[in-house]
Design a protein. Structure first.
Length: 366
């Protein structure tokens, strides 16, 4: 164990522990923007700097390990001034229109700026314009270059975890930014639309395309019968957005909310997941009997993100995919057929809305 002092508190932590982790172990919060444990520990944002006695310069706490006898100060005037300056510099290249940002209220940059009491930015604004700020509005993944803080999280999560390397550093100096790797357009890249870069972005630089206006339009349209299907993951976690504890947000509440919004029917995608099992199981038996799977297995096609990944990274294995539709697509087809058969509703008057946990479903819909 390594013994040290942080803000006059005696701390004892295992060897190899970072200053950031050591402080957290005794309830001292050091702000950070770029840090992701074991994935992104490059100290790019410099917001987590602390003062170490005996060191002339401030030390980034996210990638410096503790040493025996260290005396650390995390909130001195010098530290606060450095953090404030670094955040102000980041904000000078950031679109600060928080009211129209999807991450307002859950943005790490916004929280740190508020905690530091930043009410104005003394530096000249330097935002991208013209072609530099262009991004397609039709792709399920949307990137706003003027909200990017160059933290590199998206690059690292895509490289080290997803292994797709969709993102990379572009430009140099103050012009450094993040863009699609190999000078490609996002539609040309091998993106599987897993959404991990969105999940790990600390600001609103990466987000999913918002299709809620289409859903509201369908819910309010005369003559339209709207069917909503809910993915199991959404059913289990939807209450988190409202601060509800695990298990408090029930399926009944979710169905009631959707019905009050105007949905005519609400179903669980679990139903068509069972259909998928039957379809894929039947196909597996047929292909086994035909000798098609003598040397290689058959893969499920239930996840559009997985299908995109396989087709782009291992195209030679595409023939191993099941030919069955995904649960989302099966449900859409079955629901329209069921309503037409039992209630006499024309399929073109049925609008199917999917509430799903990943953006690959958006691409599959199209």
């Amino acid at each position: 164990m390594v013994n040290l002092t942080i803000d006059k508190i005696a701390v004892s932590v295992p060897e190899g522990t970072t200053i950031l982790e050591a402080a957290a172990s005794v309830g001292i919060e050091i702000p950070s923007l770029c840090y992701l444990k074991d994935i992104n520990e490059i100290s790019a944002c410099r917001v987590c700097c602390v003062e170490v006695e005996g060191e002339g310069k401030l030390v980034p706490s996210c990638n410096n390990v503790v040493q025996e006898g260290m005396v650390i100060h995390t909130n001195t005037p010098r530290v606060r001034e450095a953090r404030r300056t670094n955040v102000e510099l980041i904000l000078s290249q950031h679109d600060n229109k928080c009211a129209t940002c999807v991450r307002s209220g859950s943005c790490q940059l916004q929280k740190i700026s508020n905690d530091l009491g930043v009410l104005s930015v003394p530096y000249k604004s330097d935002l991208a314009a013209g072609k530099k700020s262009f991004w397609t509005t039709t792709f399920p993944l949307y990137r706003d270059v003027n909200k990017c803080i160059k933290c590199m999280r998206c690059i690292q999560i895509c490289d080290k975890v997803q292994s797709l390397s969709i993102w990379d550093v572009s430009g140099s100096g103050s012009r450094t930014t993040i863009d699609v790797s190999e000078n490609r357009f996002i539609k040309e890249a091998d993106c599987s639309l897993c959404g991990q870069c969105i999940t790990h972005c600390p600001t609103g630089a990466l987000r999913e395309r918002d299709d809620t206006a289409k859903a509201y339009s369908a819910l309010g349209a005369e003559g339209k019968v709207t069917i909503v299907q809910i993915a199991p993951a959404v059913r289990a976690a939807w209450g988190e957005a409202f601060g509800m504890p695990t298990g408090r947000a029930t399926v009944g509440q979710l169905v009631a909310a959707l019905r009050s919004l105007g949905a005519d029917y609400v179903f669980d995608t679990t139903f068509s997941a069972d259909l998928t099992i039957m379809e894929e199981g039947t196909e597996l038996l047929q292909r086994l009997n035909a000798g098609d799977l003598k040397d290689q297995p058959m893969f499920t096609s239930c996840c559009p993100g997985w299908v995109r990944f396989l087709k782009s990274q291992y195209p030679e294995m595409t023939g191993r995919l099941s030919t069955a539709k995904s649960p989302q697509q099966m449900f859409g087809a079955v629901a329209k057929s069921w309503l037409a058969h039992h209630l006499g509703i024309e399929p073109e008057n049925v609008y199917s809305i999917s509430i799903m946990p990943c953006i690959a479903k958006k691409a599959e819909r199209e």
